[in-house]
Design a binder for this molecule. Structure first.
Ligand code: SER
Length: 324
């Protein structure tokens, strides 16, 4: 089916991060390079393709004025707000995680209210906690997370819904699982092992896993994650019963599953364990798998990649990248 995209002028915060670096390029392909403004709190080496392939601004999300100036300068009507600290780094500095994740989102929502912008903000499987049903976690359920990252994600979901109901700001979001990609490394999450394992499998044919055998978590390959963002942003608002944020799911696995799948492709690959208690405790508090029926029904969510398909693609693309 031919998709007809509605004209957008988009500001991406955190555009040089794991999601942002790939999403910015995809959005530029869809909406035109000049209609997608990448922003980050600083320029990073190796990210020239994003900085140079369209407009780029330095924006510190904890400073609302900087967001407002960028929105006005480019006549932005949609903010994709990705700047945030992840779960593991958040536990090392919870105050900083609160400041960036909560104040950053509050500033984005305030600018969106004043300048009439739509807002997409990712939530996470981290928005759940130990009292949440663990298997096929429902869309609407108990959310009592025990990490600062999770606290900011639940609060962010509620705040985003509040801005929709109170002020009519078109806020939307998904609860991302662990995201696996070869372009930019994740910035300190609990699920990062499922990215590192591919790098180590190619580089050293062995990996030491910091997550315990048998620990299931939901995961997703980046192309599906990008597709989710664009589809939800383009979804017919009349069909949305939920907004912040939708469960989405693609695959659920434990370390032995991904190890086995990589071994199918690289027979000499070996793995051992050195469990990190901080990240293990976080993983244990999260669901094993999510029920994404609401996303499927309300905006047609459907993932393309399972573990075997992702592994073949990831190993091919990453081997290519590491050769350069
Ligand atoms: N990948 C994230 C993390 O591990 C979950 O949203 O922190």
């Amino acid at each position: 089916m031919e998709v007809c995209y509605i004209m957008k002028k988009i500001l991406v915060t955190g555009a040089l991060g794991q999601i942002g670096s790939e999403l910015t390029m995809k959005l530029r392909d869809i909406y035109g390079r000049d209609n997608v403004v990448a922003s980050s709190r600083r320029k990073k080496e190796g990210q020239e393709s994003i900085i140079e392939s369209g407009p780029f601004e330095i924006v510190e999300v904890t400073d609302g004025k900087q967001i407002s100036e960028a929105v006005k300068k480019y006549k932005i009507n949609t903010i994709v707000h990705l700047a945030a600290l992840l779960s593991a780094v958040g536990e090392h500095d919870p105050q900083k995680a609160w400041n960036i994740n909560m104040n950053g989102l509050y500033n984005v929502l305030e600018v969106a209210r004043e300048e009439n912008c739509a807002v997409f903000t990712p939530s996470s499987i981290a928005a759940f906690g130990p009292s949440t049903p663990k298997d096929k976690t429902p869309q609407d359920t108990i959310q009592r997370p025990e990490t600062m990252y999770g606290v900011t994600k639940v609060a962010g979901e509620i705040l985003s819904d509040y801005y929709f109901k109170k002020f009519g700001v078109d806020t939307r979001g998904v609860r991302f699982p662990g995201l696996i990609s070869y372009d930019t490394l994740p910035g300190g999450g609990t699920t990062d092992y499922a990215v590192h394992i591919y790098y180590e499998a190619i580089k050293h044919k062995k990996y030491t896993c910091y997550i315990q055998k048998g620990t299931y978590m939901d995961m997703m390959y980046m192309p599906d994650a990008l597709h989710a963002i664009v589809s939800l942003m383009e979804a017919d608002p009349d069909k949305l019963i939920h907004r912040n944020a939708f469960n989405i799911s693609a695959m659920s696995f434990e370390p032995e599953d991904i190890y086995g799948e990589i071994k199918n492709n690289i027979p000499e690959f070996t793995m051992d364990y050195d469990v990190d208690p901080v990240r293990q405790a976080i993983a244990d508090s999260w669901p094993n798998s999510l029920d994404d029926t609401a996303a499927r029904e309300e905006w047609g969510w459907k993932p393309e990649y399972d573990l075997p398909k992702m592994t073949v693609d990831m190993l091919t693309k990453l081997a290519d990248k590491l050769k350069k």
